[in-house]
Design a protein around this ligand. Structure first.
Ligand SMILES: NC(=O)c1ccc[n+]([C@@H]2O[C@H](COP(=O)([O-])OP(=O)(O)OC[C@H]3O[C@@H](n4cnc5c(N)ncnc54)[C@H](OP(=O)(O)O)[C@@H]3O)[C@@H](O)[C@H]2O)c1
Length: 215
C-alpha cells in the first residue's frame, strides 16, 4: 500500500513521513538520497545538482531531514569535489575513493569531531574500486547503522550491484535535461530485473518525493 500526501510538511510531519521501518534487525538501514529530472539526469545545466534543486522547498526539507536522521553521510570523491562538500555539522561524512587522500577542501578542513563522531570526516579507500559490501562493512565497523548515500551515480552503482540499498529517497523534478549528463543509474549498471516498490509518494509544490523500497 503506497502512502500518499502533499506538502509542505512540518518538521514533525517530516519525521513521521520518513520514519524507518520498525523491523530493522541490527538497526542498519541504507538510504540513497537523490534528485533527478524526468529523464533520469542528476545534473542540470551547471553540471551539478544545484541547478536541479534550486527552488525546491520539498527537496531541501527532505535532504536536510535525512542528514539529521543519519549516523553517516556517504559520498564518492567525485561528488565531494564537484559539489564542494565541507565537513557536515552534526553528522559524520565518509568519502569513498580508489585513492588514499581526501579531496583537498576536506583534507584542509579542521577536524571537528564530537565525542559521538558527529562532524568527523573519514576516507574509505586505497584499495581500488570497492564493492558496496566492502563500503558497508567499513561503516558498520565504526558503529554507523543509519546510512545515507548522497551520490553520485558511480558510488550508488556499487551499492545497487550488491543489493544493499534498502530505500531510495528521490525527488523527481518535472523537467527534462537532455544531453549526456550523468544518469541516476548509469548505462553500464546491470540490475537484472526491475526493482523498487513505492511506499510513500509526496507531492510538494510541483515536485514528487518518492520513497521506494529496493529490498
Ligand atoms: N542529483 C543528485 O542527487 C546528485 C547527487 C550526487 C552527485 N550528483 C552529481 O553527479 C556527478 C558526479 O557523479 P559521479 O558518479 O562521478 O560521482 P561519485 O560517485 O561521487 O564520484 C566518482 C568517484 O568517486 C569514487 N568512487 C565512487 N564509487 C567508488 C567505489 N565503489 N570504490 C572506490 N571509489 C569510488 C572514485 O573516486 P577516485 O577517482 O578518487 O578514485 C570515483 O572516481 C556530479 O556532477 C554531481 O554534481 C548529483
Amino acid at each position: 500500500m503506497t502512502r500518499t500526501g502533499s506538502g509542505p510538511l512540518t518538521p514533525d510531519e517530516l519525521a513521521d513521513w520518513y520514519a524507518e521501518p520498525d523491523d530493522l534487525g541490527d538497526g542498519t538501514w541504507v538510504r540513497a538520497s537523490f534528485i533527478s529530472t524526468l529523464d533520469g539526469r542528476v545534473t542540470g545545466p551547471d553540471d551539478r545538482s544545484g541547478s536541479l534543486n534550486a527552488g525546491s522547498e520539498g527537496d531541501a526539507a527532505a535532504f536536510h531531514h535525512l542528514r539529521e536522521w543519519a549516523d553517516v553521510v556517504v559520498v564518492g570523491a567525485g561528488t565531494a569535489i564537484k559539489e564542494d562538500y565541507p565537513p557536515l555539522p552534526g553528522v559524520a561524512l565518509a568519502v569513498v575513493t580508489r585513492g588514499e587522500v581526501l579531496p583537498p577542501t576536506l583534507a584542509r578542513a579542521e577536524p571537528d569531531a564530537g565525542e559521538d563522531g558527529t562532524g568527523e570526516v573519514v576516507l574509505i579507500g586505497g584499495e581500488g574500486e570497492l564493492t558496496g559490501a566492502q563500503i558497508l562493512a567499513s561503516l558498520r565497523r565504526r558503529g554507523w547503522r543509519r546510512i545515507v548515500v548522497e551520490g553520485g551515480p558511480h558510488l550508488l552503482a556499487s551499492w545497487l550491484r550488491d543489493g544493499l540499498v534498502d530505500e531510495l529517497c528521490l525527488t523527481v523534478r518535472p523537467v527534462l535535461a537532455g544531453g549526456d549528463g550523468p544518469l541516476l543509474v548509469g548505462l553500464d549498471v546491470e540490475l537484472g530485473r526491475l526493482i523498487g516498490e513505492a511506499t510513500h509518494l509526496l507531492v510538494w509544490d510541483g515536485d514528487v518525493l518518492v520513497r521506494t523500497r529496493l529490498r
